[in-house]
Design a protein around this ligand. Structure first.
Ligand SMILES: [Mn+2]
Length: 271
């Protein structure tokens, strides 16, 4: 199974500045590929040789935004059909909607996000945005489980309309084993699993480089525990969004994401 690493710097309608995060990660990813190619000592990275394909989109002109969602959906559809592993790095979380559009209920999205993107409150725009895009995604939605949200106001019956399950950061912290057990059961029932990481799921102490950080978040290490309960053969992709490098401190958020990407790829290809 090859990996298609796609850098899709979409950041309209929320979190302007995250486009630069995608560009930075694209550079770092290419450096990672070049380093692996150059290395003469046999390292674990040999397992990745000829498996990774890099693609980068640009949004430089108005024309690039014409039918951005349809274009992206087409590309995602091909990749899913070819059974390639999808690494999709996008600007704001709305840049993940083409993937939600293309998945159906046979897939489970493990969504790590401080927000439940179904906001309909008085101060929210009814137009498509990074805070409400699940209301606009094509039906049927994939099954979605949120981990790490800090939502306090939305009512459970409303959340249940869109989410198979949701575990707030407070629930994760209070009873991590139970949450991971339930997550494992949900993954067991799914044919395919995709991890959707909105960087604002992390606590700002670990990850300051997001536009709207929220306190009481998760630690990056929690993600490793999530990977432990996901069946590797069912995992079809990793989506990353909302990395705003202008707010980074000495590149530690960039390093967090690159380490995670490398860890996941080596885990996938080298056990
Ligand atoms: Mn979010």
């Amino acid at each position: 199974m090859n990996t298609r690493a796609i850098f899709f710097p979409f950041d309209l309608f929320g979190s302007a500045g995250t486009r630069a995060g995608v560009e930075l990660l694209a550079d770092a990813f290419q450096e990672f590929l070049a380093d692996n190619k150059r290395e003469r000592i046999a390292t674990r990275a040999r397992a990745l040789a000829n498996k990774l394909r890099f693609e980068e989109y640009t949004f430089e002109t108005l024309a690039d935004y014409q039918d951005w969602r349809g274009q992206a959906r087409g590309r995602v559809r091909q990749i899913l059909k070819q059974n390639e592993f999808l690494l999709w790095v996008t600007g704001n979380h709305l840049g993940a909607i083409p993937i939600y559009d293309e998945l159906d209920a046979s897939a489970l999205v493990v969504q790590l996000d401080a927000h439940l993107d179904i906001y309909n409150l008085s101060d929210c725009t009814p137009e498509l945005s990074h805070g409400n895009f699940l209301l606009h995604a094509e039906l049927p939605l994939p099954r979605i489980v949120n981990l790490g949200h800090r939502e306090l106001l939305l009512r459970p019956e409303y959340i249940k309309k869109y989410y198979d399950a949701s575990f707030s950061a407070a629930e994760v912290v209070s009873d991590e084993d139970t949450v991971l057990g339930k997550l494992g059961a949900l993954c067991g029932d799914a044919e395919r699993v995709l991890i959707d990481l909105d960087c604002d799921v992390f606590d700002p102490a670990f990850f300051p480089a997001v536009a709207e950080g929220r306190p009481f978040g998760l630690s990056p290490a929690f993600l490793l525990k999530v990977l432990n309960v996901v069946d590797k053969d069912k995992l079809i992709g990793l989506v990353i969004s909302e990395f705003d490098p202008a707010r980074d401190q000495r590149d530690r958020c960039l390093e967090t994401l690159m380490w995670l990407i490398e860890y996941l790829l080596l885990w996938k290809y080298d056990g």
